[in-house]
Design a protein around this ligand. Structure first.
Ligand code: NAD
Length: 491
């Protein structure tokens, strides 16, 4: 196959510099930090470490660009530009997938098919959406006509996590540009490479200087907090941990920035006895262990109706044991390395906590014996935990799931909702009425019935409770990335 012929040798990791006002630049003090490949533990490059000065330069460029030719772009011109960015991503998709895999440890095939391909699609989607969206107007008898106009919010700061680096960045950048804003992006410190290449792709696609800017660095007391505090930033879109969301909210309060949050989750996967077990197992393998379980939507709390609990566990455990963990560039690999040493130790510590809390490990539980380097953790199934156990309550964000039996719909709903998170939920049943009833009762922003991770970019995406603020997707994205003004004309 074409892609495997050039991997891993031909594509080299890149050193990452900031991208400000159309040029790649170093930090003013030339400060850098190491970029580490979590699958090999090797330093693969240097990343410019930005702070207040670099953020200030980026914000100044973005503010200036708001008033430049960009302001006059027609809808068609913006749409065409987005499409060219999408094309640019697809033209370099193998390269981007290699870099994404090296940065994050995720399987190359997954990076190629999910992260990179869907990143291009984010641009195509908003290119189309932009040209077909309508507005709002009300005729008030013969008294007045009211209509609304949209305009850009201004400079948008984008703070991103490391788990789906390009996918989540483009999910923000595409609607941000579609709505006519300018952007200052801050990728996660662990995964800087694809964002760096994206800047070049945007420039080659014809994005005018200053419209998109990129500053690398850390979060607190670094580029992240400089962006959230900067008075020249009008809005912040943030995806990451719930506690980081609180810190950003505090920092953004003095300048009253508009905020959009996609935060953590501890999503229930509820399996009723009348569901199709083979289908359940196929999808539950993905919803548990895709991207090493490092997807905010992973269903890490699995609740199974007692009547099928044993048969579910038997099949699910057998299939989990077949998932190959290891080299992200081996096409047979299904589970790669987790993002960092720190995260590896954190996930392993949760497995220890599970044992201390009385849990039994059915499979997995640690590092695979055949690897001597890299932050690999075997897909792990824990049973026998109390519903209040820490592993059942806290987001682990790794390849670890808990399975708990239940007797009744009321009982499982009570347990599923017993969390301060409210991001996603999956319900498996062939009982039509129950499916809709349970969906209505589950406290989550994204609910799947008999499927998982099936997306239509027009639909509202986001979490309730402490899993987020606001929604993204289709018109919901435009609601964040634009300001609405109502105009009333007296007739
Ligand atoms: P994180 O909150 O540690 O970091 C995310 C980003 O915030 C990074 O770029 C980081 O540098 C920056 N940051 C950290 N502290 C900051 C501060 N004080 N001020 C400004 N910026 C700061 O999250 P992570 O570990 O990168 O990502 C994992 C988390 O993201 C998980 O909780 C996961 O559930 C969540 N997530 C949610 C979604 C969603 O759509 N809801 C999607 C992906 C990931």
């Amino acid at each position: 196959m074409q892609v495997k012929e050039f991997i891993p040798g031909k594509i080299k990791p890149i050193d990452c510099r900031h991208f400000i006002d159309g040029d790649y630049i170093d930090s003013i003090n030339l400060k850098t930090f190491d970029n580490i490949n979590p699958a090999t533990e090797e330093v693969i490059g240097k990343v410019a470490e930005g702070g207040k000065e670099e953020v200030d330069r980026a914000v100044t460029a973005a503010r200036k660009a708001l008033k430049g030719p960009w302001k006059k772009y027609t809808t068609k011109e913006r749409s065409d530009l987005l499409r060219r960015i999408g094309d640019g991503i697809l033209e370099r998709k193998e390269e981007l997938a290699v870099l994404e895999s090296m940065d994050t440890g995720k399987p190359y095939e997954l990076a190629l098919e999910m992260d990179i391909t869907r990143s291009a699609y984010n641009f195509y989607f908003f290119a189309d959406f932009l040209t077909s969206m309508g507005g709002e107007s009300y005729q008030q008898d013969n008294v007045a006509l009211h209509y609304s106009i949209r305009r850009p919010v201004g400079v948008v700061g984008m703070i991103n996590p490391w788990n789906l680096p390009l996918l989540l960045l483009t999910w923000k950048l595409a609607p941000c540009l579609a709505a006519g804003n300018t952007a200052v992006m801050k990728p996660a410190e662990w995964s800087p490479m694809t964002a760096t290449v994206l800047a070049e792709i945007c420039k080659n696609a014809g994005v005018p200087d200053g419209i998109i800017n990129l500053v690398h660095g850390f979060g607190a007391d670094s580029a992240g907090s400089a962006l959230t505090e900067h008075p020249g930033v009008d809005a912040i879109t943030f995806t990451g941990e719930t506690k980081t969301g609180s810190a950003i909210m505090k920092a953004a309060a003095p300048t009253l920035k508009k905020l959009s949050y996609e935060l953590g989750g501890k999503n229930p996967n509820i399996i009723f006895a009348d569901s199709n077990l083979d289908e359940v197992i196929d999808t539950t393998l993905k919803s548990s262990f895709m991207n090493q379980g490092e997807v905010c939507l992973c269903g890490s709390r699995i609740y199974v109706e007692s009547a099928i609990y044993e048969s579910f566990l038997e099949k699910f455990t057998a299939r989990t044991k077949e998932l190959q963990t290891g080299d992200p560039f081996n096409p047979a690999t299904k589970v790669g390395a987790v993002i960092s040493k720190e995260h590896y130790e954190r996930v392993l510590s949760y497995i220890e906590i599970a044992k201390e809390e009385g849990g039994t490990i059915l499979t997995g539980g640690g590092r695979p014996d055949f690897v001597d380097k890299g932050y690999f953790i075997e897909p792990t199934i824990v049973v026998g935990l109390d519903r209040h156990a820490r592993c059942v309550k806290e987001e682990i964000f790794g390849p670890v799931v808990t399975v708990i039996p239940f007797e009744t719909e009321e009982e499982v709903l009570e347990q599923a909702n017993d969390t301060h998170y409210g991001l996603g939920a999956t319900i498996w049943t062939n009982d039509l009425r129950r499916a809709h009833r349970v969906a209505r009762e589950i406290e989550a922003g994204i609910i799947w019935i008999n499927t998982w991770y099936l997306r239509d970019l027009r639909t509202p995406f986001g979490g309730m409770k402490q899993s987020g603020i606001g929604r993204e997707g289709g018109m919901h994205s435009f609601d964040f990335y634009s300001e609405l003004s109502n105009v009333t004309v007296k007739l």
